[in-house]
Design a protein around this ligand. Sequence first.
Ligand SMILES: *Cc1c(COP(=O)(O)O)cnc(C)c1O
Length: 412
Amino acid sequence: MTSERFPHSGVPAADVLSTLAEMRGGDLDWRSGRSFSLVYNPDDPELEHLVEQVGTSFLHENGLNPFKYPSLQQIEADIVSAATALVHTEPMAGSCTSGGTESLFLAVYTAREVARSERGIDHPTVVAAETVHPAVAKACHYLGLELVRTPVAADLRADPERIAAAIDDRTALVVGSAPCYPYGVIDPIPAIAAIAASRGVLCHVDACLGGWMLPFMERLGHQVPPWDFRVEGVTSISADVHKYGYAFKGVSTVLYRDPAMVRRQWFLYSDWPGGLYGSPTTAGTRPAAAMAGAWAAIRFLGEEGYMTKASQVMEATAGFTAGINAIDSMAVHGDPDMSVFEFGSDRYDTFAIGDVMDDHGWNLDRQPGGLHAMLFPYHRHVIDEFCSDLADAVANHGESRGKAATYGGVAP
Ligand SMILES: *Cc1c(COP(=O)(O)O)cnc(C)c1O
């Protein structure tokens, strides 16, 4: 082995740390409130410190066998119970996962199993609007389902008529978003779920973004279109704790109306010289730190804390959207239901404006239709700065430098 590819002798811990610090010099600075995806600044140093402390203390545990770690079993049960209370279903009707992608995977997987065993469908499809998150396409790709995507309506929401037309005998699952990532609008879930139910098809609501935010907006008196299990026909929901639940990366929840559906997820394997193997989610060995951190965040904030965070996020959203719409030719696209939106200019080159914003130190995401932002509590401190830099960028932009539209956006 060459010393460059594999260190021959170890180096002192201090050197390891200083090398890493240097390597991280070019990383996104999420604390500044100048980035709009990937990491969420809850603007709460005490919360941040607590989840770090708890996470560190659970670094070495393994959630694979909950019976060896009663604390982890309790932690997962408590997180699931809290999540199910938010979306109005039974306390044990779900699992913790590693993120939104795994939650969606498991929802697609359980739907495939139901379609096969109860309806005899060998080549199932999933129907969703084109705005559905790529994790659904990824799950279909891995799990051998065909994703049928339908155009959105003029309001950028899923079009129930087109969804209805795309459902056929092979359809295992219809997916709606609450809200979708590109435009932050909530699909018409009651109409979609009713269509799915009338055709004997399961209906998943991807509330990875909204699951830990919309319930608190509702309590604050915001107009939130119906999206959770109170809507008849919704059979499963994904909700990420590592977004608006303010946990650090690695925790989401997948939740079901019917607690028996959770059992569809379980993988049990007895014919093995190593003995009985059982696992509720896709991972084998399960890291515990993120779940423990999430548990601590939920305890620390409580309903009141989450409501305060939600009001801070909506304060930031009101400030940003008013500032954007006040600039001549600039507008937020559609009528976002939460704190996530696309915006752009109908007269100037929106991407050239984004480039000038980069020069000002902002890290706006680009998508095909414009610039994209997702707001968190800290952003309310930078409303004025953002709006004046944006006005400057609109007045003084040149040619677009051709940055590609990439999700999570800070394109190279
Ligand atoms: C973030 C997100 C996902 C995927 O979640 P990961 O945690 O990144 O795997 C799915 N759907 C929506 C709407 C999202 O915003």
